[in-house]
Design a protein around this ligand. Structure first.
Ligand code: FAD
Length: 499
């Protein structure tokens, strides 16, 4: 179509954010737009981001991606949740799984029935009522009908960007390599008009998507969108990432192991394992952090340590003038709950829903920025929860996070659950009731009370309900094949790329 004033779309940056945007825009807009992606091989990408959450399955569907092909190309394994070690107390673990636990009643979540069961002598753990959790523990997996198992992926981030690039290029997205030296703006409106590359070439556009990572070249450096700093709640500001060889078949879950100044991730893929130490530079120096990471690895080290610096927070304006940020350019929350790729996906879908027609509406911009901010705040609160509710007081780091004041929104959620066992999901919040319940109980909260509707059941009815769910979970898990066998059969990567 001619005459659309936003026809020339420039995606600035070719990391996961850039290529996810390019693939989705190419697929959705087709010949309506002329899409160009600019990236610099010399600058490169952040090179991490391997653990995901279930909505990525929907994103892949939207792009028409064949799942087995995508998993083969990215050496991916399935993921059913995250195992948290040493968070409540050193030596204790819990699991935050995808999916649901037990069966909710419309008035009250399953936890109320479980809590009532405890009073009546049913002492089986809450975990026994969750299929994803028990399947993860047994390292079993299969696609079940009616989305019976809720899953995500553990994938190779570099291979994922490569895979998306080939999709995007098939949809007509053009790639331009080169380092951007200058961002040009209209002297009156302040809108970005073009990018001047080191080579002297100029890339002009009508709408710019800033995917330049932590540099935030357009949204931050050029347009000055302010950064809202949350490091007083989330003091981790460094990470060291490296890859190791696999010492066992991949398990379908990520591990987050707390240490005395942060935590360590372990993400098993088909052919190797991604590892990283996240820490607060206020409580641990870089040399000690590396020593700690190297001292807690399995397998041979395959890559040089990748040192990363970051700050928790978000830009208040994700959309400013004719620039919209996607990915790390717009803000960052540490990868404890694997939410960054999801936030990229959300921003992309939001842009596509709010594409301007004749001119940018200030209302659209406001709505976009408010929605993104709310989403970040909700995820931020969920991540802070893991630090705030803990029995750990064994280091300055843990004493700080356990004693800090938390946002009112989170304080209310914690107090409500502690007093009543209730959790409410607000405004399409990403993490549902069951996620909050699993993490709050895992971190050590046992509610003082529960919903009276649970008392309505007779002893026999309650026993039948609880026993029936446990039996169905354990029967289904026993019927599932080992995860590694299923992956090898469904999407085993060719040996050459598994080296
Ligand atoms: P980048 O990968 O940094 O890409 C930036 C792009 O901009 C590059 O192509 C670069 O060349 C280009 N660029 C920059 N400046 C210029 C210039 N002047 N000229 C030309 N090009 C330029 N997310 C998850 O969902 N799960 C995880 O498990 C996870 N773990 C993480 C662990 C850590 C320690 C960190 C820091 C992040 C993690 N993330 C995770 C987040 C995830 O890595 C990012 O969201 C994702 O990689 C997107 O990054 P990006 O594309 O925004 O930025």
């Amino acid at each position: 179509m001619t005459g659309w004033p936003y026809r020339r779309i420039v995606i600035v940056g070719g990391g996961t954010a850039g290529w996810m945007t390019a693939a989705a825009f190419g697929k959705t807009l087709g010949r309506l737009a002329e899409i160009k992606l600019v990236e610099s091989d010399a600058i490169g990408t952040v090179g991490v981001g391997e653990s995901t959450i279930p909505p990525l399955v929907n994103f892949n569907t939207l792009l028409g991606i064949n799942e087995a092909e995508f998993m083969r190309a990215t050496n991916a394994a399935f993921k059913l949740g995250i195992q948290f070690d040493n968070w409540k107390d050193v030596g204790e673990s819990y699991f935050h799984s995808f999916g649901t636990t037990g069966k909710d009643h419309w008035t009250a979540g399953f936890q109320h029935f479980w809590l009532d069961g405890l009073q009546r002598g049913h002492n089986e753990p809450y975990d026994d009522y969750c299929l994803e959790l028990k399947a993860a523990g047994a390292s079993r997996f299969a696609h079940l009908k009616d989305n019976g198992l809720n899953y995500a992926f553990q994938l190779d981030a570099t291979a994922y960007a490569r895979f998306l690039r080939s999709l995007a290029e098939k949809e007509g997205v053009m790639r331009q390599e080169g380092r951007i030296a200058t961002v040009e703006q209209d002297s009156e409106s302040g809108d970005v008009t073009g990018l001047l590359l080191d080579s002297g070439e100029r890339v002009e556009g009508d709408l710019f998507i800033d995917c330049t990572g932590f540099r935030a070249l357009l949204i931050g450096q050029t347009l000055g969108s302010a950064f809202e700093d949350w490091t007083h709640w989330l003091p981790c500001d460094r990470a060291i990432a490296l890859q190791t060889s696999a010492v066992r078949p991949p398990v379908p879950f990520t591990r987050a192991m707390a240490h005395d100044a942060g935590w360590q991730w372990r993400i098993p893929l088909q052919h190797r394992v991604g590892n990283g130490l996240v820490y607060s530079s206020r409580y641990l120096d870089d040399d000690k952090a590396l020593e700690r990471l190297l001292g807690n690895l399995e397998g041979d080290v395959l890559t040089k340590p990748n040192h990363l610096k970051f700050a928790a927070g978000t830009r208040r304006r994700q959309w400013s003038h004719n620039v919209i940020s996607v990915g790390l350019a717009g803000g960052f929350l540490e990868p404890l709950e694997s939410t960054s790729i999801h936030l990229i996906q959300r921003s992309i879908l939001r842009i596509l829903r709010m594409l301007p027609n004749g001119r940018v509406s200030e209302r659209d911009r406001q709505e976009f920025n408010d929605q993104h901010h709310q989403e970040m705040v909700q995820i931020r609160d969920f991540i802070i929860l893991h630090y705030k509710v803990t029995n750990r007081r064994d280091s300055d780091f843990w004493r700080y996070v356990a004693d800090m004041d938390v946002p009112d929104t989170l304080a209310q959620k914690i107090a409500l659950f502690r007093e009543t066992g209730r959790v409410f999901r607000r405004n399409e919040e990403l993490f549902q009731e069951n996620s909050w319940v699993q993490v709050m109980m895992g971190q050590g909260i046992r509610p003082h009370d529960y919903h009276p509707v649970a008392r309505k059941l007779t002893d026999a009815e309650l026993a039948r309900l609880l026993g029936g769910i446990r039996e169905s979970v354990s029967r289904t898990v026993a019927e599932l094949p080992p995860h590694a066998d299923y992956v090898a059969h469904y999407c085993g990567a060719p040996k050459a790329s598994a080296a």
